[in-house]
Design a protein around this ligand. Structure first.
Ligand SMILES: [Zn+2]
Length: 259
């Protein structure tokens, strides 16, 4: 792809031109080139936006409006979602591709999608998101997290499916509230870190557990990350456990995360 983009402000700076050759920025500044020209009209020019936490497999984007029918605690929301997904024909590539289209139009060029995996769904969500991403190939990079939304050790069969997902090319293995939801923090984390260590994939954990419990689980994640040499490949979403602990403990936790 070749393009001369005129009159744009990279990072909010002075207006300039940007020459793109073979899909890469070849230079900044006023220039002439025998390539298609687009007038940026003085608009802000930014790198593509990164959406690091998205659930493409359960979006209802483009479908009729659905009022919230869930209770207020996490377990209510998860069971409501699992009860109703069939009713909406999920998982399906259609709404996922529609949401990606809107994200791309608003500047997103990288998406990390947490995709539900459980014995009822198998890998159908993973396949639906793959299909949606394939429809937008070249416009956006989509990577997935095989996510045990309905529980891991409490939902027999799920662990094997996570491993199959990763073996099929999924970039990350996920986890959910090892204590508060799955009831076995050490067992849960050991299981997903074992998959990551053997397959060389990343780890991305949903952690809503709060206060000292959540903070302790973050310590367990740091311990395993260090022991297995996975620094830079492990992420924690929500991470409410960072709040609601004494300052000194919080400082130590943040140092551990940075390390
Ligand atoms: Zn999430």
């Amino acid at each position: 792809m070749n393009l001369l983009l005129r009159n744009v402000r990279p990072g909010g700076g002075d207006p300039t031109d940007v020459l793109v050759r073979d899909g890469r920025i070849a230079g900044f500044g006023p220039t002439e080139a025998d390539v298609p020209v687009e007038d940026g009209g003085g608009a802000l020019l930014l790198p593509g936006l990164v959406d690091a936490h998205c659930h493409l497999d359960k979006t209802l984007w483009g479908l009729p409006w659905v009022p919230n029918t869930s209770g207020s605690v996490l377990a209510d929301r998860i069971s409501n979602e699992q009860r109703r997904r069939k009713e909406f024909g999920l998982p399906s590539p259609e709404p996922a591709a529609a949401l990606l289209d809107t994200m791309i139009a608003n500047g997103t060029s990288f998406v990390r999608a947490h995709t539900d995996v459980d014995p009822e769904l198998g890998l159908s969500g993973i396949e639906a998101v793959r299909e949606a991403a394939a429809r937008h190939r070249g416009r956006v990079t989509v990577e997935q997290v095989a996510f045990p939304q309905g529980g891991l050790l409490t939902r027999p069969g799920t662990l094997e499916l996570l491993e199959r997902a990763v073996a099929s090319g999924v970039e990350n293995v996920g986890g959910i509230d090892p204590a508060g939801y799955d009831r076995d923090p050490r067992g849960h984390l050991d299981a997903i870190f074992d998959i990551a260590a053997r397959h060389g994939c990343g780890v991305d954990l949903h952690l809503h557990d709060e206060g000292p419990l959540g903070a302790w689980e973050i310590e367990l994640v740091i311990e395993r990350t260090k022991a297995l040499g996975l620094a830079g490949k492990v992420a924690i979403g929500h991470a409410f456990g960072i709040c609601g602990i004494p300052d000194a403990q919080q400082d130590r936790l943040l140092e551990g995360l940075a390390e």
